[in-house]
Design a protein around this ligand. Sequence first.
Ligand code: NAD
Ligand code: TYD
Length: 350
Amino acid sequence: MKKILITGGAGFIGSHVVRLFVNNYPNYHIYNLDALTYAGNLENLKDLESKPNYSFIKADITDADKMDALFAEHTFDGVIHLAAESHVDRSISDPLAFIKTNILGTVNLLNAAKTVWKDSMDDKLFYHISTDEVYGSLGAEGLFTETTAYDPRSPYSSSKASSDHLVRAYHHTYGMPVVISNCSNNYGPNQFPEKLIPLSINNIKHNKPIPIYGKGDNIRDWLYVHDHARAIDMIYHKGSNGETYNIGGINEWTNIDLIHQLCKVMDKKLGREEGESAKLITFVKDRAGHDMRYAIDSSKLMDELGWKPSLQFEEGIELTVDWYLANKEWLDNILSGDYEKYYNNQYNER
Ligand code: NAD
Ligand code: TYD
């Protein structure tokens, strides 16, 4: 039985990746390692608790000794590394937390893997999950490809860029088998309500203002989280050693258009008159250093591995709203923690 370590599996994307691997590969044992920070939530994985090929390990990737001990105990045949501090706004107020987890944490995992895999790296794989934000910000034209020069501009994207470089350095220097993928903005069930879509769903539901940074003309390329998990599955199994794959939704929206689309869906689902939720839209002070546009060219992944997104945005956003409205308890549990304090710090000044 192959042993696969998935880090950050209690978070948004990680929980979907863990579920896909546990359910689709009964011949793999999946170890989900997560520190359960504010963003980690075992509620996301309740349905997997009794599965014989699933184990949870509570551990912090910044703890090098712990990572060494875990790798010595289990060896692991593969690593899919998602654990990270992931929110740009938090990186602006606390960059160091991002340096520690995203850079040092990644190096700790690479070192632990290098030590236990030293005799033979054949059939091993370190798969690092990264973001399109490492490429910087686009103007009106163009797409990020795998050869676009790195130009990160926030503490978050800089820390992810740094970890990407280190993963490539371990490949070139020590022969570690690696793949990296850089994905665009994800949305879907289980996303922590600090990111644009779930935060807006929650605010609309409670008739609170929807805070739009600046003029709302920044553009993101949105991908449904299941399609990211499907891509990760494909790249883990069919990607070539040392390669990078971009993953995107072919789905660019300005923030303001996206929020109008979301408001329309919310009006319908909540039985409100059309246009009612959109009245909550409130323009607030822009994010510092706000990247203008992200857009991904996924043709390498599509042509070489045969991946394509399975959902249109209009379907995905409806599924997402349905999930948040049906999972009131999940949302209420998050809102009852430190969320209010975060929200007030983040938005009262704007
Ligand atoms: P998330 O914030 O929802 O989850 C991160 C998980 O990592 C949480 O469960 C958290 O507890 C865990 N974690 C954080 N610090 C840790 C530490 N020191 N040790 C162990 N576990 C720790 O993030 P997400 O949105 O699911 O993103 C997952 C990965 O995908 C990240 O690497 C992120 O950079 C990347 N990514 C995200 C997006 C997106 O749109 N969300 C897009 C592209 C790439
Ligand atoms: P976010 O979900 O934080 O993802 P990222 O910064 O990684 O792209 O933000 C998506 C876009 O929405 C980004 O342009 C910032 C903007 N935004 C708002 O306008 N208001 C908000 O309250 C948030 C959280 C984001």
